[in-house]
Design a protein around this ligand. Structure first.
Ligand code: HEC
Length: 188
């Protein structure tokens, strides 16, 4: 019996440890990640059907709408963030996210496969434990059409972007880079 006491005290002192990060990560991924291929597929379809300029609404409205649906279904805070945003209002990372995004870039530069770059951690926000999960979003073939080097973008698209996003920083990417991340916050 004696040996149990220190362990119990430790758990009481560090509530975060009482949660199983592995199980939380698995559950979060299973719930949230199906959104990613859905958005990519919608993007590919829209670009093929309507051309790049016509496909802007997919990234502007449909992707956030699919994410919002998940948010309502789960009650979790789910967003897309980037170190170089197109829509700063929606996509600006907080301090924890900035650190992870910077680390993701380092991990990619060290040869880690972007598809498997992620981070899960229990952090304390206002004294309460919060599970945080982030997954890198790679720049694929279709992404370059709207996030590639500014000089290579379709003229009509460029005009529409300038009109909608005067402070756009989300160009200049090439395939195989990290465009940003999907980020999840779950109060425990
Ligand atoms: C048809 C043009 C288009 C394509 C193709 C496109 N995007 Fe975007 N992307 C946008 C627009 C427009 C926004 C701004 C959305 C908003 O207003 O919230 C955006 C925003 C984002 C954001 C949110 C952060 C930010 O910069 O504001 C991420 C992350 C992102 N795109 C990733 C991707 C990825 C990954 C792909 C490829 C799978 C991709 N995009 C393909 C137009 C596009």
């Amino acid at each position: 019996m004696k040996a149990l006491l220190p362990a119990a005290l430790l758990i009481a002192a560090l509530p975060a440890l009482a949660h199983d990060v592995g199980a939380l990560t698995a559950e979060t991924k299973k719930t949230v990640l199906p959104v990613v291929p859905k958005v990519v597929a919608a993007m590919q379809e829209a670009v093929a059907d309507k051309g790049v300029a016509g496909a802007i609404p997919v990234c502007k409205e449909q992707a956030p709408a699919l994410i919002k649906e998940k948010r309502q279904e789960t009650g979790w805070d789910i967003r897309r963030v980037s170190l170089r945003t197109r829509n700063a209002e929606r996509g600006t990372p907080d301090l924890w996210e900035v650190r992870q995004l910077a680390d993701f870039n380092i991990r990619a530069a060290n040869g880690e496969k972007i598809d498997s770059i992620e981070k899960a951690e229990i952090v304390s926000i206002d004294g309460k434990p919060v599970f945080r999960y982030m997954k890198a979003l790679p720049v694929g073939e279709v992404c370059v059409k709207c996030h590639g080097p500014a000089e290579a973008l379709d003229a009509d698209l460029k005009a529409r972007l300038a009109e909608n996003y005067p402070h756009d920083q989300a160009t200049g990417y090439s395939k195989g880079q990290i465009r940003g991340a999907l980020t999840v916050k779950r109060p425990l």
